[in-house]
Design a protein around this ligand. Sequence first.
Ligand SMILES: [Zn+2]
Length: 106
Amino acid sequence: MQKTTEKQFNKNLDYENKIKEQQKTIEKLSEENKELTSDLGNAYFEMDMIYEKYNLMKELFETSNNVKLCMGCREEQPNQEAHMGLHGCLSEEDEILSNLRKKRRF
Ligand SMILES: [Zn+2]
């Protein structure tokens, strides 16, 4: 009986030490990645800015030239797909940014 308890106690201690080790590793990793996380945050912020700028430029272009950049709108296409892709009025932000990135590197 006594032996089992001691064995269990040592096992628990072993687990505790392993958990402590893991916590230390996690702390170390998150410290190392602080810079990376901040860079990623800046990149997302820049992407937001670019998308905002794109929308503004698109609106300006369309208003001053009295045209629609969306091919689907120009051709009065009833299917949704025609309104997606580059400059499409139904394009998602990610889609537009990846399309723009293909054309220009930033
Ligand atoms: Zn459209």
